[in-house]
Structures are given as structure tokens and as C-alpha cells.
Design a protein around this ligand. Structure first.
Ligand code: NAD
Ligand code: UDP
Length: 338
């Protein structure tokens, strides 16, 4: 039996495959490579000695999905595939809704047709909007989502919930990720953004490696200790291990479950910069910039439910996240391009 990993060539997908192989699972990847390249899967093979079976194709393509479900013996699906750039989603809402929503609907429908009703979905802390309280538990009400990317996460959670209500044979785990950073310890796989990074850590590492001059810190007048926003950064390997625990949970037929995956520790933008400088030994020049539209001041989770029900705890601290991000970036200044 194998796990179908959509979007498996991407950042979180590639790290998750390494950990799935570590636990002896077989993996089949479906990815259209719109935001990744096959090299990440070759590197997974370098690390683990195993290469996942790869289908280059789109989650909206019924033909390729049928082929996969007919040829491979798929037990469950981890659904990472999706477009994820917040700013781009504001400029191209239709592309985001088509890719993330229409694509996922086709995937779910083909899963149902082939009687594969076990799925783990990549959701996000973005569904809490500006959270009603912190630390955020899974009971925290969903908030106002300010961009189409985030809307696709909220909508897909709702769609999956409605599917479960109509047919309780489904087992569905919605994982709400906080801020994944870091890379595999080997320095062979990592985050590889196209163009100018939107997210904090890839921007920092690109400044450190000399590709960008200076980090802009978006806002220093928030009501926090140093005035910059607080987030719950989580090492991508811990996040990957959360998926392995979720796959095991699916084996108990849990019905519909929702879990936060974060460390429970909030760090400010300046905490991240300062820790990175310590871990890498490289200076990161930065300047204060105005607030970025849509940013929530403070966002970190209570991960007790994942600990109690999945037996999962994030173990890697911010220093380790910075060390591993730096190893990846400094060994691969141009990502997977050699
Ligand atoms: P990523 O872009 O590195 O990986 C996504 C992968 O999906 C890419 O390899 C891309 O080529 C593929 N893909 C996109 N659309 C596809 C389609 N229609 N058909 C087939 N493949 C397609 O992103 P990531 O950081 O690894 O994120 C994985 C998932 O986790 C995404 O759904 C993302 O929204 C979600 N998520 C990410 C973060 C984060 O900060 N990285 C936070 C919360 C949630
Ligand atoms: N941030 C920043 N400069 C950057 C990118 C991000 O100051 O170049 C800040 C951003 O305002 C937020 C935090 O870093 O407070 C994390 O941002 P990111 O985009 O990585 O994740 P988000 O929490 O917005 O999903």
C-alpha cells in the first residue's frame, strides 16, 4: 500500500517523503512542477536511498488520477498541491481558485470514485485570521481571511467537512500549519522560492548569501516587546513528522480531525534575525519598513491536541531552524539549479 503525495516535489512535500520513507511507507508523487522541479525528488533519493514513483501531472487531470488509482495501490493521500503566494493570489484570484479549489474537487472526486477515502490536507493558521485569542487552540473561531490564497484554505476545509458529514466513511485530517522554516539537516533539500521571496526566512537567507542587499522588517510599532510581529516558526522536519503521525492516525479511522502544527512558541521578526545571525555567523543588514497590509500582530498556537491525539511534539528550536536554513541556502545559493 502506498501514500499518494500531491505536490510532493515542493518544500514541505519533499521533507515529508523523507520521513515517510524513514517509517517504511511507499510513496507515489503527483506534481505538475509549477513551483518545483524533479531534482528535489532525486535529492530525496540521495538522502534515503529510495525514489518515490513520480507522475508529472495536475490534480485537475482526471486521466492521470485514474491511472494512478488503477495502477498503484493507494491507501491514503497527503494533499500538498496548491499555489501559495499570498500577494500573487490577490492579483490572480481566478488562477488561485481554479488551481486550488477546482483542482482539489477533481482530486476528491477521483478518490471517491476509486474508494480511497483517507486524506490529510495542508491547511494553514491563516484560517484563524486575526485570532480571537492566543495561544490559538483548534477551538478558536475562524477569523476574517484577507486574501484569496487563505480563502482557498478555508473553503477546502469546509468542503472536506461537508464531504465527511455526507459520508462518514471518509477519514480526513486538516492540519493547520503555523510558519514552516528550516531544511533537512543534510542541506540537500530545502525551500526554493521563485523570484523575490515573500516569506521572512528565505529573504533572510538570500540577504546572508549576498543575493539581496537588505531585509525590510515590516512594522516596528506593533504592541509586542520589540514592536515587530510574532509568529510560531516550526522546523519543516517536525512538520513532516506531524504528517507521518497523521498517516498513522488515519489507520485508526478517526473520522474528521483538525490539528494545529506549531511549536507553541512565539518569536518576533527581530528574534528570528538575531538568532539567524548567531547560528550562521553572517550579518544580516535590515531596515525598518512600514507595516505590510494584512499582517496579524501576534500568532502562535497551542499544540496540545496534536500532542495528546497524535503523540506529536515539535522538537527543533529556532536556533536549529536557522542553522538548517543556512546550511541549505549556503550550500545551494541558487536552489536546485546547479
Ligand atoms: P510548494 O509550492 O513548495 O509545494 C507545492 C507543490 O504543489 C509544488 O511542487 C507545485 O509544483 C505543486 N502544485 C501546485 N499546483 C498543482 C497542481 N494543480 N497539480 C499538481 N501539483 C501542483 O509549497 P509548500 O510550502 O511545500 O506548501 C505545501 C502546502 O502547504 C500548500 O498547499 C501550501 O498552501 C500549504 N501551506 C504552506 C505553508 C508555508 O508557509 N510553506 C503554510 C501553510 C500551508
Ligand atoms: N516579514 C518581514 N520582512 C519580510 C518578510 C516577512 O518583516 O521580508 C515579516 C512579516 O511581516 C511577518 C513575519 O515576517 O510579521 C512572517 O512573515 P511570512 O511572510 O514569512 O509569514 P506569514 O506569517 O505572513 O505567513
Amino acid at each position: 500500500m502506498a501514500i499518494l503525495v500531491t505536490g510532493g516535489a515542493g518544500y514541505i512535500g519533499s521533507h515529508t517523503i523523507v520521513e515517510l520513507f524513514g517509517e517504511g511507507y511507499d510513496v507515489v508523487v503527483l506534481d505538475n512542477l509549477s513551483n518545483s522541479c524533479e531534482k528535489s525528488l532525486e535529492r530525496v533519493e540521495e538522502i534515503t536511498g529510495k525514489k518515490p514513483k513520480f507522475y508529472k501531472g495536475d490534480i485537475a487531470d482526471r486521466e492521470v488520477l485514474s491511472e494512478i488509482f488503477e495502477k498503484e495501490s493507494i491507501e491514503s493521500c497527503i494533499h500538498f498541491a496548491g499555489l501559495k503566494a499570498v500577494g500573487e493570489s490577490v492579483a490572480k484570484p481566478l488562477e488561485y481558485y481554479m488551481n486550488n479549489i477546482s483542482g482539489s474537487l477533481v482530486l476528491f472526486d477521483e478518490m471517491r470514485k476509486h474508494n480511497v477515502k483517507n486524506i490529510i490536507f495542508s491547511s494553514s493558521a491563516t484560517v484563524y485570521g486575526d485570532p480571537a485569542f492566543v495561544p490559538i487552540t483548534e477551538e478558536c473561531p475562524k477569523g476574517e481571511i484577507t486574501n484569496p490564497y487563505g480563502q482557498t484554505k478555508g473553503m477546502l476545509e469546509q468542503i472536506l467537512t461537508d464531504m465527511y458529514k455526507a459520508d462518514p466513511e471518509w477519514n480526513i485530517i486538516l492540519l493547520r500549519y503555523f510558519n514552516p522554516i528550516g531544511a533537512h539537516e543534510s542541506g540537500r533539500i530545502g525551500e526554493n522560492p521563485n523570484g523575490i521571496p515573500n516569506n521572512l526566512m528565505p529573504y533572510i537567507t538570500q540577504v546572508a548569501v549576498g543575493k539581496r542587499e537588505c531585509l525590510g522588517v515590516f512594522g516596528d510599532d506593533y504592541d509586542t516587546e520589540d514592536g515587530t510581529c510574532i509568529r510560531d516558526y516550526i522546523h519543516v522536519v517536525d512538520l513532516a513528522l506531524g504528517h507521518v503521525k497523521s498517516v498513522k492516525k488515519l489507520e485508526d479511522k478517526p473520522g474528521l480531525k483538525v490539528y494545529n502544527l506549531g511549536t507553541g512558541v512565539g518569536s518576533s521578526v527581530l528574534d528570528v534575525v538575531n538568532t539567524f545571525v548567531k547560528a550562521s555567523g553572517v550579518d544580516v543588514p535590515y531596515e525598518m519598513k512600514p507595516r505590510r497590509a494584512g499582517d496579524v500582530p501576534v500568532n502562535f498556537c497551542d499544540a496540545t491536541k496534536a500532542k495528546e491525539e497524535l503523540g506529536w511534539v515539535a522538537k527543533r528550536d529556532l536556533y536549529k531552524m536557522c542553522e538548517d536554513s543556512w546550511r541549505w541556502q549556503s550550500n545551494n545559493p541558487n536552489g536546485y539549479e546547479e
